[in-house]
Design a protein around this ligand. Structure first.
Ligand SMILES: C[S@@+](CC[C@H](N)C(=O)[O-])C[C@H]1O[C@@H](n2cnc3c(N)ncnc32)[C@H](O)[C@@H]1O
Ligand SMILES: Nc1nc2[nH]cc(C(=O)O)c2c(=O)[nH]1
Ligand code: SF4
Ligand SMILES: [Mg+2]
Length: 223
């Protein structure tokens, strides 16, 4: 039997993305191939991170038991998990469920986009220079994102914003998908981001703070 390594699972409001503010059930997988400078869940990437090992059926039963229709798969890096496609298929059998996948931009998204319809959406981070992970970005992924998906730029500095602007315009992202700009928590003045958006007339991009950190603080787990 196949098991998935789950670092935590919980119900909360989604603090990020298109469904921010709505209830969601979160499944956080263990392990990541990147090591972003600002990562707020590095604990889930450690070898000794405690996990529950659950089968597809157990994860689907958990989701059913919550009565919540939005599922967020996150991590760690969810798309690194063995048999992730089969898990998504099982979760889609739960009625009314929609799945959002938070992914780090380094893994090919085409197999997911080709296999599933809009019940599965992707939020892909484009890792900017201050993450120190930009070299791992798969630029082709930016062509796979559709109108139901999100590309997110998590920014620490004005230099990150300037870099994001180049990626946005070079890849015509505002025409193809949803563009979100999110501050690394506590690292950059929010006013500066707004001023920068105004100065660049960045129509259609959305500034978003992580709602769960505003509600529960930056260190809380399971929220
Ligand atoms: C922990 S990651 C897990 C999913 C995947 N590995 C990724 O990077 O997208 C979930 C989201 O949290 C964001 N994030 C992590 N640390 C953050 C921080 N300190 N401030 C703001 N966003 C952060 C990531 O950029 C990503 O969009
Ligand atoms: N409330 C809440 N919303 C979230 N949206 C994306 C999250 C993540 O860690 O990927 C997250 C999270 O950790 N908590
Ligand atoms: S890719 Fe995601 S989980 Fe991995 S280190 Fe970066 S923010 Fe953390
Ligand atoms: Mg988080």
């Amino acid at each position: 039997m196949e098991y998935y390594q789950i670092a935590e699972r919980f119900v909360s409001i989604n603090g990020e993305g298109i469904f921010a503010g709505q209830l969601a059930v979160f499944v956080r997988f263990k392990g990541c191939n990147l090591h972003c400078s600002y990562c707020d869940t590095l604990w889930a990437n450690q070898k000794d991170c405690g996990t529950e090992e659950l089968t597809r059926e157990e994860i689907a039963d958990y989701i059913k038991s919550t009565g919540i229709h939005h599922v967020t798969l996150t991590g760690g890096e969810p798309l690194l998990q063995n048999n992730i496609i089969q898990l998504i298929e099982s979760l889609l059998e739960v009625s009314n469920v929609k799945i959002e996948i938070e992914t780090n931009g380094s893994i090919d998204l085409l197999p997911i986009k080709q296999r599933f319809n809009e019940r599965v959406t992707l939020t892909m981070d484009y890792k900017l220079p201050s993450s120190r992970m930009e070299q791992y970005m798969k630029i082709e992924n930016l062509s796979s994102l559709q109108k139901e998906d999100v590309v997110k730029f998590v920014v620490s500095t004005i230099a990150d914003l300037e870099h994001a602007k180049q990626v946005i315009y070079q890849n015509r992202l505002l025409e193809k998908t949803n563009v979100y700009i999110s501050p690394v928590y506590g690292k950059i003045q929010l006013e500066d981001i707004v001023e920068w958006m105004k100065m660049n007339q960045l129509n259609k991009a959305t500034l978003q703070m992580q709602l769960h950190k505003i509600i529960w603080g930056s260190e809380a787990k399971g929220v």
